[in-house]
Ligand binder design. Structure first.
Ligand code: CP
Length: 323
């Protein structure tokens, strides 16, 4: 039986994932999610020197076709803390720039015999394609508008460490829902763990069909955050927009940006989160982002390393399984 809130700090077992890959939260069982959260919770508290370097001799490639600070660095730290060799490849410096196709690049990387490739890509489905063609494990570090599974896992553990539970919480996700892989992964994960999820966005940034995922939808922040325990803000993903979806930045902040005044409508103990990178004065008031009582933004980054250690460690690498 996987516990929801481990009472003590003894090491929970290594999480057991049914797949050699982590592509999406959609389809993961509650037990798989909880076992990852419990194991990561343990890594968040132990000294770095106590982490067993069980992956000595293993090769991890961090392949990022889109920019990243938090995800790339935390996967690199996670791999190194487990003893693996970690190589970072960014598309700016790769032969993609010379016209090489995605699959040719994937096959080239595969020839170096990695055990795991961590992929970020602007197109939804690229990590899944890698997982089908290559003889190694794949972790999705964010693909287009599809999913960012380790972000949702770290968000859930951050909430659980601060508020003690996920089940029954009212969680409001506000901003560019239509273009957000973070929102999609969080909706699946938070629903699976029994939270009540609301999405708040201008009508132009609210995807159709969201209500089918069991989410309450609001087109204004004032109604949407009433009584919420958690307010999760999202960046406007201008790189995925055609240009006419949002008003000016100041108008957006007026209607959808969170400040102290609007936060008073949420639960008195509400916390605020943001996956980053954040745009101060657009989706969140700068003073609120830095308010250590209410803002969990730094904690999210810290917990990200623990989640990624637990994830890498839990994968039954595809090329091990095939040997
Ligand atoms: N949250 C997130 O994915 O941040 P980065 O783009 O910096 O990795």
């Amino acid at each position: 039986m996987v516990s929801i809130n481990p009472i003590n700090n003894t090491a929970p077992p290594i999480a057991n994932l049914s797949s050699p890959h982590l592509i999406a939260i959609e389809g993961m069982s509650k037990i798989e999610i909880l076992s990852l959260l419990n194991r990561a919770n343990y890594f968040a508290d132990i000294e770095i020197s106590k982490i067993k370097k069980n992956l000595c001799g293993y090769l991890i490639l961090n392949v990022f076709f889109e920019n990243s600070t938090r995800t790339r660095v935390s996967f690199e730290l996670a791999g190194r803390r487990l003893g693996a060799e970690v190589i970072n490849i960014s598309v700016d410096k790769s032969s993609i720039k010379k016209g090489e196709s995605l699959l040719d690049t994937a096959n080239t990387l595969s020839a170096m015999k990695p055990n795991l490739i961590i992929v970020r890509h602007p197109e939804s489905g690229a990590p899944k394609l890698f997982s089908e063609y290559l003889n190694c494990s794949i972790v999705n570090a964010g693909d287009g508008r599809h999913e960012h599974p380790t972000q949702a896992l770290l968000d859930a553990l951050t909430i659980r460490r601060r508020l003690g539970r996920i089940e029954g919480l009212e969680i409001a996700i506000c901003g560019d829902i239509a273009n957000s892989r973070v929102a999609r992964s969080n909706i699946h994960l938070l629903n699976t763990l029994g939270a009540k999820v609301r999405c708040i966005a201008p009508p132009t940034l609210m995807p159709s069909g969201l209500k089918n995922l069991g989410v309450q939808c609001f087109d204004n922040l004032i109604d949407g955050i009433k009584g919420a325990n958690v307010v999760m803000l999202l960046r406007l993903q201008n790189e995925r927009m055609s240009g006419s979806e949002t008003p000016s930045k100041s108008e957006y902040f007026h209607y959808y940006g969170l400040n102290n005044e609007k936060l008073k409508l949420a639960n008195p103990n509400a916390v605020i989160m943001h996956p980053g990178p954040m745009n101060r004065g657009v989706e969140i008031a700068s003073s609120l982002a830095d308010d250590e009582e209410k803002s969990l933004i730094k904690m999210q980054v810290e917990i990200g390393v623990a989640i990624r250690i637990a994830t890498i460690e839990a994968l039954n690498f595809k090329n091990n399984l095939n040997e």
